[in-house]
Design a protein around this ligand. Structure first.
Ligand SMILES: *[C@@H]1O[C@H](CO)[C@@H](O)[C@H](O)[C@H]1NC(C)=O
Length: 610
């Protein structure tokens, strides 16, 4: 308590009222978090849902197209799924299950059902296929796969491997004639909607995994970040600070298999008791019509969403809506301004967080372009600093004593955050090596331990924090992280390419970077654009496919034998400036075709869409 009094005194001394406001918000989050952690029996996200169901049974919880499900409907639907699972051979309460489906109410019903049975859930990205799909499934040791009917073919692709491992494969369809895949919807329909006894999940603790969320790592295939129940409890505490109320209607159009959709959208609505308008996929042209139709008051975004919305043709009714708050991350200052100009007075709540990371920021002040602001209480609870980074060597700079050097105000540095009890780093499932790689030692003192976010940030003289760039071997495209080594591995498995160096290049008027590869052709082989296209399409989701390929006689490496990417990124994909053969992925002719000056100009002018 003494500590808190000291904090309050320190806050009072600060003349800035906004600082005090932020302090109040942080304190409320902290108290809420501590209080829910103390509750007995333990209180998890599911318990909050059950509490809301008891309080607001008839309130609409999920709206999807023309369907509406109240809190009580949702509860009953999930009971039916849970009861059907219980009598399903191959399933046992508590085992890990993997969910492979797009944004639809069943996704949420099934997650709630599995939570009622004490089962951790791996949230598979429904865009992934074959080798990646198997890898993602395997790294969380799931015993059951529950898939949407429309993903049957993707499941059939990996079925022999799944069956070999004794996995139970359930399809959300009324019948299925593929041996090894069981229909499940028919069983759900017949199952009872009686509540499940709490004893089924008595083994669950704050440390138990709640979900696995996949992130593209700096190297190799996607990694399963273990998100435990404690993280959910803290997410609930944070989402209650957004200023969303139970009267709000939140538009969730980001994928539920990512943190933004699941933790901020779904769990946020559970916490507050609001309504979710769930959308299968983001659509710029339907966005505002949906907001009008469903009286949406809160929307979620990522940088791309904001940009696409600003790029739609202007309409007279652009400001005719009830949206008052937008929550998300990655919007650039110029797009933010344009968004406000165009769509009216909407509060934009920009945050910074990562699925596996142990630090986050929220820009309560609404400072355009920033992700948050340094606050002493926040920094005391989650000790983080920006350290100087050597982009050439791709590692933090060190002083004579081998310690990191703090970046000065206004200078770009790598965000690292101390690993502590309240800011733990749980790591990745079945991947000790990658978990270790995200840890940084000897930062300020010999023997200390920090989480390396891999993100470059800047703090200005007013203490606002700005996201700058992501380091290492990932880039973002269409709102997804792309792991360059994963793409390299896939390319070098093709018939004609020997080695490939994959990176992302900027394209004017686009968020993120589009994939490009500098590759060498195998000895005695010929570059075959259409064969390579077929290979790429069958192994990589569309956002990860290299759009451009540049053929080189050798892959350049640095003195430290790291692939030389910085120069390649700078050189981009302009055929005028690159003498080597350049190709572009063309979906119409299903091939990689030569990238001409004419095509290049059409890309810049936006008449060719990437
Ligand atoms: C939206 O609000 C208007 C006016 O308050 C109301 O008439 C309409 O029924 C609401 N629409 C929905 C889908 O709730």
């Amino acid at each position: 308590m003494l500590g808190i009094c000291r904090f309050i005194n320190k806050a009072k001394q600060s003349s800035c009222s906004e600082n005090l406001l932020y302090f109040g918000v942080l304190l409320r989050i902290l108290l809420k978090y501590v209080a829910s952690r103390r509750r007995r029996p333990p209180f998890f996200a599911l318990d909050r849902f059950l509490e809301q169901t008891a309080a607001l049974p008839d309130k609409p919880f999920i709206v999807f197209g023309e369907e509406t499900y109240t809190y009580a409907d949702t509860d009953k639907k999930s009971n039916k799924i849970a009861n059907a699972l219980q009598s399903q051979p191959g399933y046992e309460a508590g085992v890990t299950a993997a969910l492979f489906m797009g944004n639809e109410p069943s996704f949420l019903f099934t997650w709630l059902a599995l939570a009622k049975l004490g089962s951790p859930v791996a949230l598979l990205n429904y865009n992934i296929r074959s080798k990646s799909l198997l890898h993602c499934f395997n790294c969380c040791k799931a015993k059951v796969l529950i898939a949407a009917a429309e993903l049957k073919e993707a499941v059939e692709d990996v079925l022999p491997s799944l069956l070999e491992q004794g996995v139970t494969v359930l399809l959300l369809a009324k019948c299925c004639d593929t041996p090894g895949i069981e229909s499940f919807s028919d069983k759900v329909e017949e199952a009872s909607d009686a509540p499940l006894p709490r004893s089924l999940r008595s083994h669950v603790t704050l440390k138990s995994p709640a979900v696995y969320i996949y992130t593209s790592g700096t190297t190799g295939l996607p990694k399963a970040a273990l998100v435990n129940q404690n993280r959910f409890v803290s997410a609930l505490a944070v989402t209650s600070s957004y200023g969303v109320t139970s009267k709000d209607i939140m538009y969730v159009n980001l994928p539920l298999y990512h943190t933004a959709g699941f933790l901020v959208g779904f769990l946020g609505c559970i916490q507050i008791g609001s309504t979710i308008v769930l959308k299968r996929k983001f659509s710029a042209s339907q966005f505002w019509d949906d907001c009008r139709k469903y009286n949406v008051t809160v929307v979620q975004y990522i940088g791309e969403v904001m940009r696409y919305l600003c790029c739609t043709p202007k309409r007279d009714n652009d400001r005719d809506h009830k949206v008052r708050l937008a929550i998300g991350n990655g919007v650039r200052a110029e797009v933010w301004r344009e968004f406000l100009n165009r769509f009216g007075n909407i509060k934009v709540l920009e945050f910074y967080a990562s699925t596996e990371g142990n630090v986050g920021f929220l820009n309560y002040a609404g400072k355009i372009g920033a992700v948050g602001r340094v606050h002493f209480l926040h920094q005391k609870l989650f000790p983080y600093i920006l350290v100087k980074y050597d982009t050439e060597r791709d590692e933090p700079m060190r002083d004579a004593n081998g310690l990191c050097i703090e970046a000065s105000k206004g200078e770009t540095g790598l965000l690292v955050s101390k690993i502590t009890d309240i800011a733990p780093f749980v790591g990745y499932a079945q991947n000790e090596e990658q978990t270790e790689k995200k840890k940084l030692r000897n930062v300020l003192k010999k023997g200390d331990l920090y989480f390396n976010t891999g993100d470059l940030m800047k703090i200005d003289k007013d203490n606002f924090i700005y996201f700058q760039d992501r380091i290492g071997d990932t880039f973002r495209w269409k709102g997804e992280n792309v792991a360059t080594t994963e793409v390299s591995d896939i390319l070098s498995m093709s018939d004609c390419l020997q080695e490939a160096n994959v990176y992302g290049v900027h394209v004017p008027k686009h968020e993120g970077r589009v994939g490009m590869a500098a590759a060498t052709v195998k000895k005695d082989a010929q570059f075959d654009g259409s064969k390579l296209y077929e290979h790429v399409v069958s192994y990589l989701p569309s956002y990860a496919r290299p759009r451009f390929i540049r053929l080189q006689s050798a892959v350049e490496v640095t003195a430290t034998f790291k692939q030389m990417k910085v120069k390649l990124v700078e050189q981009g994909f302009d055929p005028e400036h690159i003498q080597e053969p350049l190709y572009i992925l063309d979906d119409c002719v299903r091939s990689y075709v030569p990238l001409t000056a004419e095509i290049y100009i059409s890309i810049l002018s936006g008449s060719i869409k990437l």
